[in-house]
Design a protein around this ligand. Structure first.
Ligand SMILES: [Zn+2]
Length: 283
């Protein structure tokens, strides 16, 4: 084992690799992973040279390819030990998201038509963030290109085109879907984004649960307000009226709140007028 190791170390490692050449000349000099300008001194060796021995010994599937790559992707890949091109692309996308997360957020969050009331300096910094965010997004979306290794054509990275649905409207871009949903369904974009994270990027579900909770809050507010007024008018305990009203709403969902309160009055208070006390006590 140590003998093999020593042997490999003394050889020129590059001999194990074949260069992946873009089929379309327009991609010569383009980073396979992100579409930026590639630099010859930052090529990506798959697998990493330190893993050559492992792949030679185990005969694990491995392309032994040299792929055109930009300086930053090369830097990102320094800690990626996968020899699967698709996984290396995923690793780069994660790294871009991590490094440019703030700019990506600005790009997702803002559109030019919202600049109206902002100061010039704020607009300037948002535009700068949007520019970096868009570049980062383009890099993430870049799906590579067809390339040839020793006469065999390899197809480009099949990045699945994800379609985002917002109640029947289709978008092939998360940002467009997010901005459309935020405007159409009147949800703050940051709040909506968090809801999407909580709901596995299901727009319909995120919007529905948000509105349902909003409705519930409004309902509770209204119950509280009407119960307070009713309790004061009929000299009742407010908390009890509140729980009675909530129960009546459940039983008589077709009646309005004032109608339910009227029913409470008829059934629970008026009948007691002949008794000693009109106060309803919780049972
Ligand atoms: Zn790159």
């Amino acid at each position: 084992m140590s003998k093999t190791k020593g042997l490999i170390k003394t050889m020129n490692d590059d001999k194990y690799y074949s260069r992946a050449r873009p089929v379309d000349v327009r991609f010569h000099g383009v980073c396979y992973y992100c579409g930026c300008e590639a630099e010859s001194k930052f090529e990506d060796f798959i697998p990493q040279k330190i893993d050559i021995e492992f792949y030679l010994q185990t005969k694990e599937a491995c392309p032994f390819a040299i792929v055109q790559c930009c300086k930053e992707c090369h830097y990102f890949l320094m800690n990626c030990r996968s020899a699967v091109i698709k996984d290396r692309k995923k690793y780069i996308n994660k790294s871009i998201k991590r490094k440019y997360g703030r700019a990506l957020n600005i790009y997702e969050r803002w559109s030019e038509d919202e600049f109206e009331d902002l100061s010039d300096s704020i607009i300037k910094s948002i535009i700068a963030g949007m520019k970096i965010g868009k570049e980062s997004d383009d890099r993430i979306q870049f799906s590579g290109y067809e390339y040839e290794i020793d006469g065999t054509i390899h197809h480009k990275n099949e990045i699945e085109v994800k379609i985002y649905q917002v109640f029947g409207e289709e978008f092939d871009d998360f940002r467009k879907a997010l901005q459309y949903a935020s405007k159409s369904y009147r949800i703050n974009i940051t709040v909506l984004k968090q809801r999407l994270i909580d709901n596995q990027i299901d727009f319909d579900k995120a919007i529905k649960t948000y509105h349902a909770e909003l409705e519930q809050k409004l309902l509770e507010k209204q119950i509280d307000k009407l119960s307070k007024e009713f309790a004061l008018k009929h000299k009742q305990n407010k908390n009890f009226v509140k729980s009675a009203l909530s129960a009546y709403i459940q039983i008589n969902p077709l009646l309005s709140m004032p109608q339910n309160l009227d029913l409470i009055y008829q059934e629970r208070i008026k009948k007691l007028t002949t008794t000693e006390s009109k106060i309803i006590k919780p049972s």
